[in-house]
Structure formats: structure tokens, C-alpha cells
Design a binder for this molecule. Structure first.
Ligand code: AMP
Length: 190
């Protein structure tokens, strides 16, 4: 099992690279953002709670996210060659919980791949996605809040994963095929 954390700021290309990785490697995919948006669409209690945080550009509390993650992970069959964690972890307590949850099951993270793009590119991509897909949090005000939350709460995970010996860097702007080739090189060497 090659479990992989695909990591980066909003707009860094986690969803795009995940899709390419799923097609090439047959990985399973857990996007916590997608899980929450499905809950909102279905009008569940969790969805109602999540919507307030998401529309305000804030993170959903760790305890809630950690519970959700474990149940989604356990719902996957064993046929996958690994799971891509997309949008999780976003805080150090989430990273610690993920490590423990996997260890309890005899599993681990094989790599954390950081997708990096400068802020002007992130903003342009997210505004464009907002126009194309109509995501309620892809507007300039909320994007600025999400980028600030990324810097203060999520970016410290780069050092956390460096200490774990799992961090890999990919320059995530320029030509899509080249970015994906860099991602594949990391996965193929695991
Ligand atoms: P994403 O689709 O990954 O950009 O996530 C959209 C929003 O869902 C984020 O801005 C957060 O409000 C919420 N969210 C997704 N994943 C997490 C997580 N791991 N921890 C806390 N909040 C999350």
C-alpha cells in the first residue's frame, strides 16, 4: 500500500494531480473537501455545521474531521494500491491522528507531496474555478481567508513531514504534464 498525502495551498492543484494519479496508479482517493460538500448537498447535520466554516474560509474542528476521516478510510475496500489523502491533514493534530489511525491498522504514509505555487497563481486559479464551478468559497474575500488559514495552520505541516522523512516538493505551476511527471517520479521511487 502506498498511502500518499497530496498537500498544498488552496489552488495548488491537489484535485487535478489526484485525478491523474487515480487514473495512472489505481489509487483510492479521499478528499475531505468533497466529503463535506456532499454532506452539505445532502442536508445532513454534519453538512449544516460544515457549511458555516467553509463559507467563512475556516477549518472544520479537528475532532470532527478526524472521526470523519477514519470512517471514510475504513469504508474503502482492500483492492486499492494505496489511498491519496487530499485536503487532509490540514493541522498538526490531524497529521498526528492520521499517523496513529494508520498505525492502528498496520498501515502508514509512504510520502507527502507538497505542490507549491505562488499566491498570484493560486488566486487566479481559484477565481477561475469559482466562475466555472460556482463553489461558494471561491470568491476573493473567502480565498484570502483560506490562504491566511493555510499559512498559519497548515503550512507548519511541511516541517512536520520533513521531520518524519516523508516530505517531497513539486513545483506546481507551468506545464501540467511536467508537474505530473514530477509527481510520478516521486511515486515510482517509493
Ligand atoms: P478543499 O475542497 O480541500 O479546498 O476544502 C474546502 C473547505 O473544507 C476548507 O476550506 C475547509 O473549510 C474544509 N475542510 C476540508 N478539509 C478539511 C480538513 N482536513 N480540516 C478542516 N477543514 C477542512
Amino acid at each position: 500500500m502506498k498511502n500518499i498525502v497530496i498537500f498544498g495551498a488552496p489552488g495548488s492543484g491537489k484535485g487535478t494531480q489526484s485525478e491523474l494519479m487515480i487514473n495512472k496508479y489505481g489509487f483510492g482517493h479521499i478528499s475531505t473537501g468533497d466529503v463535506l460538500r456532499a454532506e452539505i448537498k445532502n442536508g445532513t447535520e454534519l453538512g449544516k455545521t460544515a457549511k458555516g466554516f467553509i463559507d467563512n474560509g475556516q477549518l472544520i474542528p479537528d475532532e470532527l474531521m478526524i472521526d470523519i476521516l477514519a470512517s471514510v478510510y475504513d469504508s474503502f475496500g482492500k483492492e486499492h494500491k494505496g489511498i491519496i489523502f487530499d485536503g487532509f491533514p490540514r493541522t498538526i493534530p490531524q497529521a498526528e491522528a492520521l499517523k496513529k489511525m494508520l498505525a492502528d491498522r498496520g498501515h502508514c504514509i509512504a510520502a507527502m507531496i507538497e505542490l507549491y505555487a505562488p499566491e498570484d497563481i493560486l488566486m487566479a486559479r481559484l477565481l477561475n474555478r469559482g466562475k466555472e464551478q460556482g463553489r461558494s468559497d471561491d470568491n476573493e474575500e473567502t480565498i484570502n481567508k483560506r490562504l491566511a488559514v493555510y499559512k498559519s495552520q497548515t503550512a507548519p505541516l511541511i516541517d512536520w513531514y520533513k521531520k518524519e522523512g516523508l516530505h517531497h516538493y513539486v513545483k506546481s505551476y507551468g506545464i501540467l504534464e511536467e508537474i505530473f511527471a514530477d509527481v510520478c517520479k516521486i511515486i515510482d521511487e517509493l
